[in-house]
Design a protein around this ligand. Sequence first.
Ligand code: HEC
Length: 128
Amino acid sequence: MTIETRGHLLGCISALVAISLFYAVSIFARFATADGGQSTEVMAFEKEWSDGPEVVAAGARYYSQSCAECHADDASGDEGPDLRRFKKSDGRMAAMIRNGIHHEMPPFRKKYSDEQIHALITYLRSLP
Ligand code: HEC
């Protein structure tokens, strides 16, 4: 092998390494934002909606229609967990209510609009 071809080979190999690194990084970047669906949902949810008493009352209505059977009338938990003094962000909570929880809780995205889900969360946040 002449020095020239060796240099050529090395050039090819480093080009290949560079290309695969590039792909590895871009694939990783895609996985790192795989939560993307959720984060856009979270952002879409954080609009400026009222949280006045009429919204709390509407949320209470939706809650007793759809959630009380599993989370108890006072949201203290039954089949589903206690929902009072909930630590997760509104966006995460909204995503759970929208999408449901596999085998545990049905999705509500067809039943309630984002604004109604906001009312549900506002109601839960208003609980002592
Ligand atoms: C069929 C029963 C059922 C119904 C109806 C139901 N849930 Fe749930 N929910 C569950 C169960 C069970 C879990 C716990 C799932 C788990 O953590 O694996 C849960 C979890 C949750 C969580 C996440 C709690 C946490 O600590 O992560 C939220 C928020 C929630 N429910 C809100 C609601 C709201 C709001 C409604 C009404 C729109 C509702 N759920 C209706 C059964 C139900």
